[in-house]
Design a protein around this ligand. Sequence first.
Ligand code: CAA
Length: 243
Amino acid sequence: MKKIAVVTGATRGIGLAISQKLSQDGFFIVGISRADNQEANDSWVNSLSNDCRLFKCDVTSLLAVEEVIAKISELEGSVHLLVNNAGITSDSFFHKMSLESWKSVIDTNLNSLFYITQPIYKIMKENGGGKIINISSVNGQKGQAGQVNYSSSKAGVHGFTMALAQEGARSNILVNTISPGYTNTEMMKNIRVDILQGIKDNIPLGRLAEPKEIANVASFLASDCCSYITGANIPVNGGLFIG
Ligand code: CAA
């Protein structure tokens, strides 16, 4: 019986590293990606160690998510794991932040968790258990100037985790958050070079995280070794925030 892991935002950055690591661990990865880039999609499939499927879906659209869930339900195997990883930034100081910027970040980073998690959570309940990993951020824990939208969404992600962990426990569904620090992905290209240097100077370990370092933690949380952790927020931030 295939063990299916659904990963959102699967084709790049942290989502790509998590897909690759969980595939090595033996999961059948169902990647969800908004991108319509055939080359990137083919390269995602080729970089995985096991059978996998990639579905195009905008996680901010309830209709699109429902269509993908129907396709997942038709696959052979059962959904053991959901990794809610899709996320965006749209940084600006609050006094200049547009409503559109606020809404797009909350929609992608937080509302999507409702759309995609609810049907998968119901499947897990029927199956007798499962695991959900939500990717938040150090900036959801400490706040970050220029990111009122993003920090709010990512703090909300862990609120979601803590509440659902309490509900899911009786159905053997473990729900946890990983809060990465600044990680070496394309997202970093949006930060001005001088600002990024200032950020690096403040990280006790003196460097950005590599996506693999986040994926290793996801791999542990997804594994049978992790059987008594739920509702936790695991920081992977090089010491940038020690709460
Ligand atoms: N608080 C208040 N004011 C500040 C400030 C702060 N922390 N930092 C700078 N300012 C002031 C500056 O001194 C400057 O003032 P003057 O004009 O009087 O000199 C003014 O604000 C403008 O500063 P900027 O040049 O930085 O403004 P900008 O509009 O060009 O850029 C910004 C604003 C886009 C928010 C930029 O500051 C920025 O990119 N900051 C970093 C935000 C950040 O860390 N994003 C993380 C993205 S990665 C991610 O989110 C992944 C993850 O999970 C970790």
